[in-house]
Design a protein around this ligand. Structure first.
Ligand SMILES: NC(=O)c1ccc[n+]([C@@H]2O[C@H](COP(=O)([O-])OP(=O)(O)OC[C@H]3O[C@@H](n4cnc5c(N)ncnc54)[C@H](O)[C@@H]3O)[C@@H](O)[C@H]2O)c1
Length: 326
């Protein structure tokens, strides 16, 4: 049982991870560092803020919310000094590749500047009662750019094609380089198309499901486009293994469901619940990389990662959650 610090702790991934770490008694306390930021226009009619809901079920004495920006080195240094975490998950970053008005600098702040700040904060307090067993950096499948093979593994070429992926990959290089230099154990995780309860960033799965519930037409960009849809609980299981297994030390893992599915497959699964669903296929957006399956063999073999939730099961779970929210 230990103090675990999660940057972006009020986010979709960070908060679900905190919940599981507390439930499984891996964390004595979770320190959720967050700047209370947002990426979707809050005046949008479809926008719903899930942040209260995310921490509602967490026991108050088991987590601490610290409002700060991870770009503020001094504030971050003091948090690391105060709580002496033995495990850090760095999820705080601009989480979407496709946003209006997004610039490279905004993407750089979370993935590059904050990563340097965190590692430096740990380094400067090393041997002063802080003993970090793992720094886990959350990267993305966008580091690969267009998938050139049917299944992409961790050693395949990294060729990001937009600012988000470029900064995510830069954060990987910084994590690997600085952690080795300062002898800090690290693990890098590449998730993809994560979906499930309380996501509020209007990614493709949330847009499809909410359109179905609200009887609106669904637009599928690209008849053959595939994504390795990953249910949030599977990702969180993988993150816990990555942060706790010794064999994950200084390694990089794809953590996904491990099977690319066409966007239209996702919609057709939804059609089982909403048979009258209207769907229009549009041309693929060429600025987005073409993705597909990520190999999860390394995570399976080294740390025993075993995803359980196919889109058929995940959609059912997610729909149940959304219907209960009215
Ligand atoms: N959700 C996915 O499909 C997916 C896929 C691949 C990678 N990722 C990565 O996972 C991470 C978390 O994504 P998410 O889906 O939970 O997004 P999210 O928007 O729900 O969570 C991100 C949280 O980080 C906070 N934050 C951002 N910048 C910050 C800063 N500088 N200081 C303090 N807090 C800050 C935000 O306020 C937010 O609460 C991101 O790094 C994202 O790039 C997500």
């Amino acid at each position: 049982m230990k103090n675990i610090l999660i940057t972006g702790g009020l986010g979709f991934i960070g908060s679900t991870l905190a919940k599981k770490l507390i439930e499984k008694k891996i964390a004595k306390k979770c320190i959720l560092v967050d700047n209370f930021g947002g990426y979707i226009n809050p005046s949008h009619s479809n926008f719903f803020d899930y942040r209260k809901k995310r921490i509602e079920s967490l026991k108050k004495n088991k987590f601490i919310i610290e409002r700060l920006d991870t770009n503020n080195f001094k504030a971050l240094f003091n948090i690391v000094k105060k709580y002496k975490p033995s495990l850090i998950y760095h999820t705080a970053a601009l989480p979407l590749a496709k946003l209006k008005n997004v610039n490279a600098d905004e993407a750089k702040q979370g993935s590059v500047d904050s990563t340097i700040n965190l590692i430096d904060a740990v380094r400067m307090q090393k041997n002063k009662k802080i003993s970090l067993s793992r720094f886990v950096y959350i990267s993305s499948s966008m580091v690969y750019g267009d998938f050139k093979k049917k299944t992409v593994n961790e050693n395949d070429k990294k060729n990001p094609k937009e600012a988000y992926g470029i900064m995510k990959y830069s954060g990987e290089i910084i994590t690997k380089g600085l952690c080795k230099l300062y002898d800090i154990p690290f693990t890098i995780i590449r998730p993809s198309a994560v979906y499930g309860p309380t996501d509020m960033n209007r990614r493709v799965s949330q847009i499809f499901i909410e359109a179905a519930i609200n009887n609106k037409e669904i637009f599928v960009e690209g008849p053959n486009e595939k994504l390795d849809f990953t249910y949030i609980d599977d990702l969180v299981d993988g993150l816990i293994l990555a942060g706790t297994k010794s064999k994950a030390k200084n390694e990089t893992f794809n953590i996904t469901f491990g099977k690319g599915r066409k966007l239209i497959n996702f919609v057709n699964t939804l059609k089982k619940y909403y048979p009258k669903l209207k769907v229009k296929i549009k041309p693929k957006d060429s600025s987005k990389p073409s993705r597909g399956t990520l190999s999860i063999n390394k995570a399976k073999n080294l740390i025993g990662y075993m995803p359980k939730v196919s889109i058929e099961i995940g959609i059912k779970k997610y729909l149940t959650f959304l219907r209960n929210q009215n």
